[in-house]
Design a protein around this ligand. Structure first.
Ligand code: SF4
Length: 370
């Protein structure tokens, strides 16, 4: 049987605001499911609480709409019970990087073969626009009485440190690009994260569609410094309009006014990832101080960290990191229990005729201790 996109769609009114970035993410997931020909009977979408959480009910696959911040433990449980399942998690930035951040970190240690898609819009949208963990310090959305006084979390950096081995960032309205990232994450054996920048048109008047139109950078436009520079370069991304510079524009910092109105980064060391205005980039390429990001760079943790640092200030999209050889949690269990893949808990008879439980997961529990 050949599955079409429509085979994964449930007729359900999710109640999102018209024009919300969530629609783009869902469309990208549907295309990825079709592209990979996922069997709906072996696919489960797990979601948490928030606007992102509501959307899972729209899929005609198995769905678990869980508690706030608890998507990942439920997803791990499902995968362990039935390792044949394709497990895709939908979580919001508040859900995953706020209340659920402990699970976000600890799941990296397990490395289950699941895919986490985070709807990152910098606000707690369902509860009317409070600052979420990815909102930068000093930003004031229309729903906030004053600028945000907390620093933003760096989910890509945390994922790298925690053991995620496929890490990407996409944009909700570049659907084809995002769909490819999500398909890559599902295909990847092991734990994968796709963080998706998603405009909340109702509560976020800063990170709008227009903002992203100007501010997005594709990973293949980034350079890596190959030598230390004679003197550091300061580069700024405009955070509030000044002179004739627009939000999201890239400038070389030369004076105080530019410094005040931009997110500023300084580059000087070899192996640092760097984004520069075109002329400066060409100058460095000619001097052989830099090279463009290539496919093989995605396996280099140092470069991935460098890009993660840049991402605090610039919405960079693309695949950032992939490590292929790494044992999944399921494989580690099978190493201790040979029969695990052939006879996981989901294939065991769960009760006798009188309803007494018969499933024996003691061996699996024992394997946690080994
Ligand atoms: Fe989307 Fe924001 Fe509306 Fe939620 S409140 S559905 S995130 S636009």
């Amino acid at each position: 049987m050949v599955y079409k996109k429509e085979d994964y769609i449930e007729d359900f009114n999710e109640g999102w605001c018209p024009g919300c970035g969530n629609f783009g993410i869902r469309e990208a997931c549907l295309r990825a499911f079709e592209n990979l020909q996922l069997d709906p009977n072996k696919t489960v979408v797990v979601s948490g609480i928030g606007c992102s959480g509501k959307g899972a009910l729209y899929y005609k696959v198995f769905v678990a709409h869980t508690l706030h911040g608890r998507t990942l433990p439920v997803a791990i449980g499902l995968k362990l019970a039935n390792p044949e399942l394709n497990v895709i998690v939908h979580s919001g930035d508040g859900d995953c990087y706020g209340i659920g951040v402990e699970h976000f970190v600890s799941t990296g240690r397990y490395n289950p073969d699941i895919t986490l898609v985070v709807f990152d819009n910098s606000v707690y949208a369902l509860t009317k626009g409070q600052a979420s963990p990815t909102l930068k310090r000093g930003e004031k959305l229309k729903s906030l009485p004053a600028p945000n006084i907390k620093d933003a979390i760096n989910p890509i950096g945390i994922a790298l440190l925690s053991g995620y081995n496929y890490i990407a960032q996409g944009y909700a309205f570049n659907i084809e690009h995002l769909s490819n990232l999500i398909a890559g994450a599902i295909k990847h054996k092991g734990l994968s994260l796709v963080n998706v920048k998603q405009p909340c048109i109702t509560y976020d008047d800063i990170h709008t569609k227009d903002f992203y139109q100007n501010a997005l950078f594709y990973i293949n436009n980034i350079l890596i410094l190959t030598k230390d520079l004679d003197k550091p370069i300061k580069v700024g991304i405009v955070k509030r309009e000044f002179s004739n510079h627009k939000i999201g524009e890239l400038v070389i910092i030369e004076n105080e006014e530019q410094e005040k109105n931009c997110y500023v980064m300084e580059f000087k060391k070899a192996n640092e990832a760097v984004i520069l205005p075109k002329e400066k980039a060409e100058e460095l390429l000619k001097k052989e101080c830099a090279r463009k990001i290539k496919e093989e760079d995605f396996y280099d943790e140092y470069i991935a960290f460098s890009i993660a640092k840049l991402m605090l200030n610039i919405p960079i999209i693309g695949k950032i990191y992939e490590r292929k050889e790494s044992k999944t949690y399921e494989e580690r269990i099978a190493y201790n229990i040979e029969s695990y893949f052939a006879y996981p808990p989901a294939k065991q008879i769960i009760c006798d005729e009188e309803g007494n439980p018969t499933t024996d997961i003691r061996k699996i529990l024992d394997s946690f201790i080994v």
